[in-house]
Structure formats: structure tokens, C-alpha cells
Ligand binder design. Structure first.
Ligand SMILES: NC(=O)C1=CN([C@@H]2O[C@H](COP(=O)(O)OP(=O)(O)OC[C@H]3O[C@@H](n4cnc5c(N)ncnc54)[C@H](O)[C@@H]3O)[C@@H](O)[C@H]2O)[C@@H](O)CC1
Ligand SMILES: [K+]
Length: 506
């Protein structure tokens, strides 16, 4: 993806930006011409001239299609324009664009796709208001089946720009060229998969402060948390780098907590202690070197342990075992001032009675539900009219803490701030235990004093980078070990950016 600027706008937000541009001397027609040209540039940069079929719809997306037809034709490409709704006349700028096209406009027919070396989908853009039906739906299915590369204008037809799911039949594009700012459908799964590669083109809409609500999310990126992970002052020592406590599961399920503990160390926590039931102490001791171990008998003893090691953050949940004792430990830990990361069993143990947990969470705590846990913790928020960004935001408001709604499109939300959406996740991360490492990374950053929203955002990004570096075949236990290389690269990039900014005054 060439993501473009970091703000994700709603569909209405881009429309308002469009109107703002009109008020600053850039008419909608100029924007349409610039948008069309940016699609032509993206196409000619990637493909050699070939028979290109451009399907134009009834609105301004179709108008963009005519501009593209002119641009490709001027560049010497063979172009065939096919009109999808013959009985609907273009209006406004789309009408102007159609007037500028001197070539033939073909009706939809059985031969529309024949000989196509490239297809341009300018059928529906962000004005899609219902599922494509009849001929339009059949055309979309035929485009998907025909095998030629497909370039979607603004958004693949059939996607609703504000939503993560297609609205009926949707074009599966190889490239989507969108304008000004990404919309939720470009990033949220499964819509994201319909977009192929994404280019976000600058079409000359002047920068402005968008009204409240137009920016629905930001791309999660190191620029949002410039101080984390800390590179550390020369005089730092381990106690200044925070002390993380991790709760171990029972003897036969200790690996997940160990992965979290090691990840906590890799994230930079100065000391990590595994608080373990006595029966699991030996197996933990057998497998841990840098992580310390302390046994506890019951909830009271667990709290004594937290106090004794002067923990500055705790991770509870990875394979902790769903039991009443775990519930009590979680609630007890939340009575201490330190920030707490709740993952896995520490969340699912409350799924039958989420209110019991939610009442105890504070704004510096982090919970990391995957889709199943999210649905049970926040009934009524997912799978409804809310998209994943809105659902995570509403969940953060309900819980009063940071929510990492995990997945290929993880969203990090906290009350009162714009949510962040992560885009560097690798499919290779879909393997057992990766969530335990993520919880440990968050805990390691929290232990050092990172604000919870930044700790969660940085950890999700680092975790994604590790997945990309290791690639397919990775196992979760390896993720923490690539952290030093990732963090050193990030620190180097930040130093270079700082020098560059100083030199050019940026
Ligand atoms: N910043 C902007 O807003 C810009 C927008 N531009 C283009 O304008 C597009 C939005 O244009 P419009 O608002 O005209 O929307 P569309 O071009 O997406 O289409 C809207 C039209 O399709 C009809 N329609 C919607 N769903 C339908 C369905 N399922 N079956 C049949 N007809 C259906 C509507 O009644 C309406 O006539 C963007 O996606 C983009 O391509 C660009 O020209 C440049 C600037
Ligand atoms: K389109």
C-alpha cells in the first residue's frame, strides 16, 4: 500500500473536503480531472499499453472514468468505454466529463469484456447506496471472473466506503486509486481485500482542519508515538526501565505466559518477574533465564508478590486458565495503581458477566480482545451497523480503558482520542501464541511508563513488523527475538529524520 496521509476520513468527510476545495478555487470539475489523471498515471506506471475497457456508472465515479478514457487515449492506449446504466443521464461534472469524451460509448453486452487486457471499474464510487443488482451485479461477477487486471477508481464497486464488508457483489481489484484520504473500507477487513494495492492520490484539496468527526481514525505509525520504544539515556539502569509482572498458568500451560514475559523484556522492561502458582514454578524455572520467578499461593499472596517486586505493570491472561481464582486475581490487580494488560483467559473468564470486569478498568489499562472475545465482552457492538473502528471506539468508551480490537486490521481505541488502525500485520501472524507476545510487548512498554494508548499502538506495530520480517512459517516464540533489529532500525530512521528536519527546518 502507498498509504498517503495518516488520517482516515469518512465518506462524508471527503465530500466536505471536496467542498472546502471548491471554496478555495479548486472546482469539483478540476478535482475530477486531477483524480482521473492520477488514475491514468498509476495505470501507465504499472502496465504497458493494452486494450482497456472502462465501465462507467451513473455518478461522478463514472465521470472519473471518462477523464481516464481521455487520458489513456491521449497516451495512445486502445480504450473502450462501456456505459453500465443506459437509461440514466449524467449530470453535473460527470456530464461535463462525458461531453469531453469524443470516442464511442458502448452499451453493456455479451462482448463487453472480450479482448480486455485491463479493466477500469468506474461503476460506483462512494455514492453506492444499496447492493448492486441485476445487470450491474452480473457485470461485477463477470469482471471478477474474466482474469484481466482490474483498476478500481476510488473504491471497488460494491464496497461502501464507510464499512468493512462489501454491500453485495463487489469488484475484486488489483489496484485501487483513491483520492485525498483513505476511507474505512480501504483498511477494514474484508473490504480491504477487494482493493488490491492501494494508491492514495493527492488531487490538490488544500489542507484544512477537518470538522470534528471527519477524521475517523489514523494509520498506526511510529510518528504517532515518537518516544517509544525508549532508546534510553546513557545513565539508565534496570530499575528505571520498569518492572513487569506476568501471571503464569498452571503447570501444563506455562508457555504462553513465558512468551509474554520474554516479549516484555524485549520491549525494554528492566525486570520481568513471572508470578507463578507453586505447581508451575519448576517448569517455569526450567525454561527461563532472564525472567525471575516468584510463587504465589492465593490472591492475597499474588498481591503481596506484585507489591514485593514493586511491579510497574502487569500482564494477566495468557493461558492463565479460566477459573474463579483468575477472576479474583484480575479484580485484585485492578485495585492496585499499576497499569494492567488483560489478554486471553483474563478476558474470556468474564465473558458471561462482562459488567463485572468493565466496572474495574481504568484509563491506563489495556485489553486485547480478538473478534470472538470482543463480541462476548461488548454485546451489541460488533456485527452491527458499526464498523470495526466505531465498535472499538464504543468499546473503549464502555470499558474506560485502551481496547486493542485484534485482527488483520487491529484497531486501537481509547476514550476521547481518535482511534488508530494498524496496517502492517502479516498473515503469518495467524498462528498460536502470537497474541501472548503482543500482550507482553504492551506490558513491557507500560512498565517503562509509556502512556497506555501509545504502549498499545507501538506494540501492535512492532508485532506487525516482526511478522513481516519473519514471514510465513514463523512461530510465535520467535517474534520477540527480532525486536532488537526492528527497534534499532526504527531508532536509526528516527535519527535520520531528526537530522533531516534540522537541516531543512522541517
Ligand atoms: N473529493 C471527492 O468527493 C471527489 C469525488 N470524485 C468521484 O466521485 C465519486 C462519488 O460520486 P457520486 O457521489 O456521484 O457517487 P457514485 O459515482 O458512486 O454513484 C452514485 C450514483 O449511483 C447510483 N447508485 C448508487 N448505488 C446504486 C446501486 N446499487 N445500483 C444502481 N445505482 C446506484 C446513485 O443513485 C447515484 O446516481 C467518488 O467515488 C469519486 O470517484 C472525484 O471525481 C474527485 C473528487
Ligand atoms: K469504482
Amino acid at each position: 500500500m502507498t498509504p498517503g496521509p495518516a488520517e482516515i476520513f469518512s465518506v462524508d468527510g471527503v465530500r466536505r473536503a471536496d467542498r472546502h476545495a471548491s471554496g478555495h478555487g479548486r472546482s469539483a470539475w478540476v478535482l475530477m480531472q486531477t483524480a482521473g489523471r492520477s488514475v491514468v498515471d498509476a495505470i501507465t506506471a504499472r502496465w504497458s499499453p493494452r486494450q482497456t475497457v472502462i465501465f462507467v456508472g451513473p455518478g461522478n465515479n463514472g465521470g472519473d472514468g471518462f477523464v481516464i478514457a481521455n487520458g489513456l487515449s491521449d497516451a495512445g492506449w486502445p480504450v473502450r468505454v462501456v456505459r453500465v446504466f443506459p437509461d440514466r443521464n449524467w449530470t453535473g461534472d460527470a456530464h461535463v466529463a462525458a461531453q469531453h469524451w469524443a470516442g464511442p460509448v458502448n452499451g453493456l453486452g455479451p462482448d463487453s469484456l472480450s479482448g480486455a487486457g485491463l479493466i477500469v471499474d468506474a461503476i460506483f464510487g462512494t455514492g453506492l447506496s444499496r447492493s448492486p443488482e441485476g445487470e450491474a451485479a452480473e457485470l461485477i461477477a463477470a469482471i471478477n471472473a474474466c482474469g484481466a487486471p482490474v483498476v478500481a477508481v476510488d473504491i471497488p464497486s460494491g464496497l461502501n466506503g464507510d464499512r468493512g464488508e462489501p454491500q453485495g457483489e463487489a469488484v475484486e481489484a488489483d489496484l485501487t486509486v483513491t483520492f485525498h484520504r483513505l476511507r474505512p473500507a480501504h483498511l477494514l477487513q474484508p473490504s480491504r481485500q477487494f482493493c488490491g494495492k492501494i494508491v492514495c492520490a493527492d488531487i490538490g484539496i488544500p489542507d484544512h482542519d477537518p470538522p470534528e468527526g471527519d477524521v475517523v481514525a489514523r494509520l498506526n505509525h511510529p510518528a504517532l508515538w515518537p518516544d517509544w520504544p525508549e532508546t534510553g539515556a546513557a545513565d539508565t539502569h534496570k530499575h528505571r526501565k520498569g518492572r513487569l509482572a506476568v501471571l503464569s498458568g498452571p503447570a501444563k500451560s506455562t508457555g504462553a505466559a513465558r512468551m509474554a514475559a520474554v516479549a516484555g523484556l524485549r520491549a525494554g522492561a528492566g525486570l520481568v518477574t513471572m508470578l507463578t502458582p507453586p505447581g508451575a514454578a519448576l517448569v517455569n524455572a526450567n525454561h527461563l533465564t532472564e525472567v525471575m520467578i516468584r510463587s504465589f499461593r492465593d490472591v492475597e499472596d499474588f498481591l503481596t508478590g506484585l507489591d514485593a517486586i514493586r511491579a510497574t505493570a502487569a500482564v494477566l491472561g495468557p493461558a492463565a486458565g479460566k477459573s474463579d481464582a483468575l477472576k479474583q486475581i484480575v479484580i485484585a490487580a485492578l485495585s492496585r495503581p499499576l497499569p494492567v494488560v488483560l489478554d486471553g483467559d483474563a478476558l474470556s473468564v468474564f465473558c458471561d458477566d462482562p459488567g463485572h470486569l468493565l466496572g474495574h478498568l481504568r484509563d491506563h489499562d489495556v485489553i486485547t480482545p480478538h473478534a470472538g472475545e470482543f463480541e462476548r465482552l461488548f454485546p451489541g457492538l460488533s456485527g452491527t451497523s458499526l464498523n470495526k473502528i466505531e465498535a472499538a471506539r464504543a468499546a473503549a468508551d464502555r470499558a474506560g480503558c485502551v481496547v486493542v480490537f485484534k485482527g488483520a486490521d487491529s484497531v486501537i481505541a481509547v476514550p476521547g482520542r481518535t482511534p488508530r488502525i494498524n496496517t502492517n500485520a502479516s498473515p503469518a501472524l495467524a498462528t498460536a501464541g502470537t497474541g501472548d507476545t503482543l500482550a507482553g510487548l504492551i506490558g513491557g512498554l507500560l512498565a517503562q511508563g509509556a502512556p497506555a494508548f501509545d504502549a498499545a499502538s507501538a506494540a501492535v506495530w512492532l508485532h506487525g513488523e516482526a511478522g513481516l520480517r519473519l514471514g510465513s512459517g514463523l512461530i510465535a516464540g520467535e517474534l520477540a527475538d527480532v525486536m532488537p533489529a526492528i527497534m534499532q532500525d526504527l531508532a536509526r530512521r528516527r535519527r535520520i529524520a531528526a537530522v533531516r528536519a534540522a537541516l531543512i527546518g522541517g
